[in-house]
Design a protein around this ligand. Structure first.
Ligand code: ATP
Ligand code: MG
Length: 227
């Protein structure tokens, strides 16, 4: 899918620098948006593709909100930034989504682009558990953003030097917002204003998302939020 305002041929011809931000985005929040915008500015990226995960293999401890809701919230949150695009490609594929498959697809769609995968330090620390991580580390340069509670130094203890070489650190204002906290605040009736864009908050309210406690995987109950 071409970036907004640009044709596919332009993307290919210019050898664009493309940032990719994957996540469950359940819901997307200002931490995600700030990190993406900061990475764009700091590393001169031409655009950022937000890719809400379908059924991420590593997140199976609670039942995710329906993919169409997570996609819609991500679309709403990214709409006012012309450098941001929200893609549904993981949601269009059945079954679990693996980052390596998504990157293969994006590489095919943007053959001349240099790809940068943006994560928080917490996420990149787990890369050795990702499927076919040896290929992923060759396909993209990682941009790892500061996140409160996760020390960048710990990466050196967890990852081999060949991986560390492929990671650019984005040391920036650390934003202590998480989707987990937003889900919990909404469930408790506490404000989430200023933690996520107003449009996302309105969407959550309208669709009654996160009003009940997260349902652990394996439960026979089905939450109202995943209709
Ligand atoms: P949850 O609490 O459900 O795990 P989350 O806030 O961690 O949600 P994810 O969708 O899991 O959000 O994260 C997607 C990506 O964004 C990951 O790479 C994660 O490290 C990064 N990220 C999320 N929140 C922040 C933040 N506040 N600062 C820096 N990176 C973040
Ligand atoms: Mg997370």
């Amino acid at each position: 899918m071409p970036l907004s305002g640009k044709s596919e041929t332009e993307v290919t011809a210019t050898g664009e620098r493309l940032g990719i931000m994957g996540g469950t985005f359940d819901p997307i929040h200002n931490g995600h948006l700030f990190v993406a915008e900061e990475a764009r500015a700091r590393f001169s990226l031409d655009g950022i593709l937000f890719v809400p995960n379908g059924a991420p293999p590593h997140k199976s401890d609670y039942l995710l909100t329906a993919a169409r809701h997570r996609y819609e919230m991500t679309r709403i949150a990214t709409a006012d930034n012309s450098a941001f695009t929200c893609l549904s490609l993981e949601l269009d594929r059945p079954g679990p989504s693996y980052t390596v498959e998504t990157l293969t697809l994006l590489q095919a769609q943007h053959p001349a682009a240099e790809l940068f995968y943006i994560t928080g330090v917490d996420a990149i620390a787990d890369i050795l558990t990702w499927r076919r991580h040896e290929e992923i580390i060759r396909m993209v340069t990682f941009i790892a953003a500061t996140r409160p509670g996760f020390s960048p130094e710990s990466l050196a203890e967890r990852l081999p030097p060949s991986y560390l070489q492929r990671i650019l650190m984005l040391g920036t204002t650390a934003i202590g917002i998480s989707s987990t906290e937003i889900r919990e605040r909404i469930r408790l009736g506490l404000p989430a204003r200023y933690l996520t864009p107003d449009g996302v908050r309105d969407y959550i309210e309208k669709n009654h998302l996160y009003e009940n406690a997260a349902i652990p995987i394996g439960s026979t109950q089905f939450p109202e939020t995943t209709s």
